[in-house]
Design a protein around this ligand. Structure first.
Ligand code: PGA
Length: 255
């Protein structure tokens, strides 16, 4: 059975003091939690070092929200996978729809980052998902398939074992509109089938596919109970310890 992975994408929220408070609150509430759930927090770059110190010895893992695809060099304002690894990150979110929308990231560019993350032993959480317009025009399957093929281009079987995919319908992010359990599970199945065609069923069966888009403590259990939903990438609801830990609790109940 696939383990559940719950990741909190803090986006551009929480300064250093607020990071200390939130991480300590999450730690406190997770104390004694012994279910097989992988918990990841992804604070802004400037909070990563402090967060890393605070989560030492706990079940919480650290992730970044983005990175550049080169290790070093004249790339003003960028941060590399090597640097993230050196400060204790184990995960990195790549290709989030906000990066695609506001910073014009393409599947090809995200693919370069995925390869660089893997080369530095970071687990990429690779995001895909259709816009409302695309869903309404009935092209969700084509869009998601193109994204998956694009971001995974050139990856080996061995690489696929080390990635996490996140299906995040853009229309459900930060809007309070969640995909229905069936809508989400259907796309997760499509992604798994595609990975099986590209690689093998054995590999596809092991692949962790998270759902993201307005996941909260009310809908988490139902979503996470679906056959092909293996975790959640949580935005708004991860900014409060109570809701984030409730979602982790829901994953534990399902698992
Ligand atoms: P949301 O964000 O939970 O606030 O919808 C999810 C995400 O963008 O990863």
């Amino acid at each position: 059975m696939r383990r559940k992975v719950i990741a909190g994408n803090w986006k551009m929220n929480k300064d250093i003091q607020e990071t200390v408070t939130l991480v300590n609150e999450i730690k406190e509430r997770l104390n004694g939690f012994n279910k097989n759930v992988e918990v990841v927090i992804c604070p802004p770059f400037v909070s990563l070092v402090v967060a890393c110190g605070l989560i030492k010895g706990t079940m919480i893992k650290l992730g970044a929200q983005n990175m550049y695809h080169q290790n070093d060099g004249a790339f003003t304002g960028e941060v590399s996978a090597r640097m993230l690894k050196a400060i204790g990150c184990e995960y990195v979110i790549l290709g989030h729809s906000e990066r695609r929308q506001y910073f014009k990231e393409t599947n090809e560019f995200i693919n370069l980052k995925v390869k660089q993350a893997l080369a530095n032993n970071l687990t990429p959480i690779i995001c895909v998902g259709e816009t409302l317009e695309e869903r309404e025009s009935g092209v969700t399957d084509q869009i998601v398939s193109t994204q998956v093929k694009g971001v995974l281009a050139g990856l080996t079987q061995n690489d696929i074992e080390k990635i996490v995919l996140a299906y995040e319908p853009v229309w459900a992010i930060g809007t309070g509109k969640t995909a229905t359990n069936e809508q989400a599970n259907q796309v997760h199945k499509l992604i798994r089938k595609l990975v099986a065609q590209l690689y093998s069923w054995a590999l596809a069966e092991k692949l962790i596919i998270q759902y993201g888009g307005s996941v909260n403590q009310q809908n988490a259990f139902e979503l996470l109970s679906q056959s092909d939903i293996d975790g959640a990438l949580v935005g708004g609801a991860c900014l409060k310890a109570d809701s984030f830990v409730s979602i982790i609790g829901a994953a534990g109940e399902v698992g």
